[in-house]
Unconditional design. Sequence first.
Lengths: 741, 723
Amino acid sequence: MIRPIFLAALLASVSLAPVLAQTVPFDMSPESGLIVPAPPEPSVTVPEMAPQVLPAPGFSRHLLPGPSLRLAGEDSRQAVVFYLTAAQAESAARLQFSYLNAVVVAPEFSSLNLALNQTVLGTTPIASSAAPSVIALDVPAGVLRAGANVLEIHASQRHRTDCTIESTYELWTELRGDSLTLNFADDDLSIISQLPELGAVGVDSDGRTTLRLITGDLRDPQALGAALQLTQQLAIALRVAELHIELADALSSAPTPGVLDLVLAPAEALPEPLGMSRGAAAAGPLAAMVNLPSGANTLVVSGPDWAAIGRAGAELMPTLGASSRPRVDLGYPVPMLQGGQSVTLSSIGAETVEFNGRRFTNRFQFELPADFYAYRYGDAELVLDAAYSADVLPGSEIDIYTNGQIASATPLLQTDGGLLRNTIIRIPMTNLRPGRNEVDIAVHLNTRSDAACPAGWTGQAPTRFVFSGGSQLRLPDYARAAALPDLRVLTGTAWPYADRQSVPIVVGEDEQSVVAAMMLAARIATASGKVIPFSPMTQAQVSPALDAVLVKPMPSLDPALLARSGLAGGGAGRTDAVLDRFVTDTPGGPWAGPAEWLLRGVGLELRDLRIVPFADAPHPVGDRALALAQARQPEGGLWTLLTAADAPDLRAGAERLIVTRNWRDIAGRVSTMTPANEGVTVVAANNPVIEVSSFSPANLRFVAANWFSGNILMFTALVASACVLLMLATSFLLGQRRRGE
Amino acid sequence: MTIALTTIAWLAMSAAMLVIITIPVSLHVHLVTATILILGMALIKLLRLEGNWRLLVLTFGTVIVLRYAFWRTTSTLPPVDQWGDFIPGLILYLAEMYCIMMLFLSLFVVIKPIPSRPSVRLDPNDPVPQVDVFIPSYNEDYDLLAGTLAAAKAMDYPVDRFTVWLLDDGATEAKRNSSDPETAEAAQERYDQMRQLCDELGCRYLTRARNEHAKAGNLNNGLAHSSGEFVAVFDADHAPARDFLQETVPYFARDSRLFLVQTPHFFLNPDPLERNLRTFEVMPSENEMFYGVIQRGLDRWNAAFFCGSAALLRREALEVTNGFAGRSITEDCESAIELHSRGWNSLYVDRPLVAGLQPATFASFIGQRTRWAQGMMQIMLFSFPLFKPGLNLAQRLSYMSSTLFWLFPLPRMIFLFAPFCYLFLDLQIFNASGGEFAAYTLTYVLVNLVIQNSLFGRWRWPWVSELYEYIQSVHLLGALLSVIRNPSKPSFQVTAKDESVDKSRLSELSRPFYLIFLLLVLAVGMTIFKVITEPHQADVTMVVGGWNIFNLILAGCALGVVSERREVRTGRRINIERRCEVRGADGNWVKGTIVNVSSGGMALRLPSGAAGLGRGAPTSVRFTPLSDAGVDELSVFVRSSSSEGKGTILGCRYMPEKGQDYRLIADLLYANSATWQQRQQARQINIGIIRGTVRFLGIALYQTGRGLGYLLRFGSGRSASHD
């Protein structure tokens, strides 16, 4: 509560009108001695100033879906989405933020530009390296919309003195989540009265969104089923990536940013403040936002019994209007690209840019279906339209990263400048995955003039590179199949569970397990936009022939089920799974050394040349680690298990699991995370089962290409045996075709 | 029925193979698979496994080549809209695809060549058909013709059942009545001389009114004036062995639809490459690949074709096509394709039964090849073998292989100049990374070598084909283009084969070779320059530069080929062992042995002393000829004398005075075809890819130096002052 007040005080002294912001360089001098010299975290170092500041009136919305937003490099652009109620959209509002930047950023050549729904709100020189500067911008009337609003923040930064490519990595500007707010004059605007407006719940000052669940006994399978369904639906409706869920006993006493109360109970069990709804609930399924004196946003889902509540939940989904979903952290469109499709980059956020710096970067995203199975062969294509000036030297190159991994490096060859029109850059699909994919383009420009680097040149150099938004990303027809188990398919697309009529789920009987299960379900839903129809049951009831999910701490889990999931209990022995795997998977023999050396020369490993794959040994789970494991049952079902050593660890682990950075690292048949948050350890599946989506010859050919690319010697064996057969056929034919003599 | 089933099974297997090959697996998969298959091929070749193992080597190779072709087609072509890159890129691509197609065509032809047939003889009880022996001549000299006619007369066949005809186009009525008195006089003199020679040897002399339709017209004139059931054709410089008719005639009795028995051309002298590179004695000759394997392979598909000489043909068949075809300037192959398409059969006997001469100078070598290339192109254009009615599929493919082969100058020149596109012009005509290049192109080149070695290893050493193609391409390219522009323009040019090089000199056709060499050296300099100044693309530059260096090695070696070395001996010696008697200085006959003979003279070994014969002494040698020649005494004079142990070796030169004397010389030279075969087999050794490559590099290095040395000594017109 202290920080916003402090910032409001700063705002009072330095707020700028948008028009003014474009013309007057921002004053870098510290304001009235309030700031301790160069504090990296001013909000931590100066809290004692707060009491002197009067609270600002009205209601403010936090906008960043995370603790901070960092703009790095010479040209950086990020967009966030926030949802407004109709009432909020109609009100006058003022956007306010504070930022801090690296000291090497040259203010005279660097600027920060904010656009809301593609209307420029203001541009300011980046000149806040000593202390955070606060900027406030009035939002012109008519810019805000009910529903999704896109705030785009663009930083153009240049180094003060250095013209090298390396120096561009030192450029950054950071906006703190607690400082970026949209402020309204009217307190009442916080109230959400319509279900389709749920997205307006928004985030708190840390960028978190929390669902407080007030309900009865979730050991009742019907209650749990309804809760799982509702949490998934609400996660989608709230348009967040990470939905934190708490079980609460009582309703909130006051409105809190980023918090939604969900009351889920039969009519007679509704808590007292909701007494007036009992009647309606007893009459039939009820799902509605209720206005409470506390002002807290509260959703009531009720009915005469649990069956009716289930129906209420089912009917809720269409009214949430969540089908048009930019997620709050995905400011640019993320189209689904089927095989053979292409997309123009300007339509996914990469605009035409005239660039005079030395490292141009751009990011865009697209989605691939659950049965994308072309990550070992083939290339996607970037059809690039760009131009570079004669100043650019050979040795400059265009690097393309897919999901953070380098995929291609294309040198710019012509020495006299050039036009890259429809130049095709092949991008190996190696790191593409089902679900959302990120592509980064980085263009490194070595120039003659940068070598000299006269004073001020970092910003004054003429345009040397033009990137056209008309460039295209083109995907070839790719293999459609799923190799299961693969947690990446689940975390990216909810497949295959989302396609089932009913998915058995076994959840531990304690509250923590229930919360972990709901958070897992909600995270899958926010990643895929799909709701899995869970039906809770006990571990004795679950059939190995069906695709099922288990969320249970290990002590309460039937050891047989644990083994079926590909995990080994009692991680008392070895805890370092990586070391363990390294030891067991390294082939031995006297030739291993030289062979490895030879293969490394061509980018292979000895394990790529195995004929019989290693068995998927049960993977031991470390002491306090969280494990997500998926295994194909001999009977046909695909089981996914989320487990940990005990229930509190399970709950705590689930909190870490749903963080996007971790979530996107989950892969293989087992992914584990330690409490120390060292990232995700992945155990690859050695023997996945391939499920081919279409048996058309073309698809089978592509599937074969991908499979053989991972089973190299199998291809060699196939070719060799086909050769022998063809040789025999030829020999036989030649024998018969002997000239009669 | 079973053939149909087998064929269907084979087709199904091939289709499955194509499906497997075109699976777009990753680069690593190809690299590993290609490496393992190449290791397998190496193992099979190291263990010298034959039969089906050889087929397996070829199948492995085929797979890798096809995968290369698939990759090359789908991933490496420059984008169409960048036409500056695309057009040269496409040309290079088409050249490579031509090479791959030719590889598969020749693979088909020689997939299982017919083994050498056992020697045959006419059975004494068989009817003996009448044979006419045609020796067409245009301008060959008296000695050469006398030798050939004498050898023909000496053939082992009932004397009354064959007639030797000299078909002389050098003394036609038109020439004898030429308006140019000198020409007329020379023709008349030739006419009288040849008539007398024929009279002395018991041959028929025939000439005609005008020189129409060149060699084909001449032969057809012979057909019109003769009536034998079979016709043997020998070029004027191809002397038949004694057993020629015995080895060929019997086949016609076995197959009434047989129109041709072709035998190889065996040469006593080296071609210019062999002479200038001094490989004649050790390395298989160029033509041995054709006569040793390809004709045997064609024979399997009933597509062995007539090569203009050293063949026996059936008159009945020739009458079907009104004699020899004369539309193209390679009447031989054209006649064969016409008769094959009418359902006649051919047969090839893999045994040298004639000994001939081949062009001695580079210029006449190129002249001969120009005729072959243009003639084969004419056949391609006039009667495209793939769609020629009457041929079966195998024959179509065989003839496609035989004719399309002669397009080689196009790709060879394209490969020569392609690196310049990148090195000098900065064009990107082959889109591949260094890794892709290594995985696909290197394995392809390696496999190509292994396939060539498996098919032709005994008959053709590594890189020699490339060298022969290169030395011909420089001058043949224009000839090919001219025939494509105007298919009926080329006319028959008789190849001169009796020239000799008595002074070392540069060939008159050598200039372009030096220019190309210079360009390639400049490109090497450019490679180094680019590697230093553009380090970011050094890998591509090195790959292209390496290719350029290969071209440079080839071009350097070719400099040696066009630097004509002085020839010491006119005729190569053949070792024989024949008892004889020599008239000593005192007039008594002394017993001795003839140890070797050549077309100009012989060496004698006398067991005790020189019998008083010194240098320049005229004498006579007496021996019993194998066939009745009517004489047994030959005049010679002694050119050298050297002692060997107790005995003496006398080097003698023939002094033939009349036609019959040539019968004796021919009897010595051509009596035994078995020695020729031995000589061929002595150099038909597969030396393997590695040794062959090392050897080629050694030769190339030395010849580059020799070629540059000749340029300094004889270049810039200084050779003129020597002449």
